[in-house]
Design a binder for this molecule. Structure first.
Ligand code: FES
Ligand code: FES
Length: 152
């Protein structure tokens, strides 16, 4: 079936089954590979994108559910105010180790700051708990989110 997707302000017509996860369409059909596959079962957060401004796990969202809604991926999150501040803070604090989880981390962090401009440690931990980092960059992630919040 044909679906029209709006990703990062661009329109894409894709001819795929409606129950294919959004992640595969973003990566394989459209070729935006910044969004990563980790677990495939909504447990790690590597595949986080925004659909209608809400962070979702693209590995378990059927593409049919995302059609006709604005989708933002890591490739364009820097064009939002929160995303730009988060990405700058990530660089300033040098958060990244291997980097695999980090696009999902940044997508979750940007959504957090859009909803809560001054998060406490508990707020940060609650929202970011769904994003797993095998390298253990959590302390730097928390510090970078606080830096991004302070820079608003
Ligand atoms: S790949 Fe989607 S949450 Fe792990
Ligand atoms: S930086 Fe390596 S998995 Fe998070």
């Amino acid at each position: 079936m044909s679906y029209e997707l709006s990703i990062n302000g661009e329109k894409y017509i894709v001819d795929v089954d409606g129950d294919i996860p959004l992640l595969w369409v973003i990566r394989d059909t459209i070729g935006l590979t910044g969004t990563k596959f980790g677990c495939g079962i909504a447990m790690c957060g590597a595949c986080t994108v925004h659909v209608d401004g809400v962070p979702v796990r693209a590995c378990v969202m059927p593409v049919a559910d995302a059609a006709a809604k604005p989708i933002t991926t890591i490739e364009a999150i820097g064009e939002t105010a929160e995303g730009a501040r988060v990405q700058k803070a990530w660089l300033d604090i040098d958060v990244v180790q291997c980097g695999y989880c980090q696009s999902g981390q940044i997508m979750s962090a940007a959504a957090l700051l859009a909803a809560n401009p001054s998060p406490t440690d508990d707020d940060i931990d609650a929202v970011m708990a769904g994003n797993i980092c095998r390298c253990g960059t959590y302390p730097r992630i928390r510090a970078a989110i606080k830096l991004a919040a302070a820079g608003r």
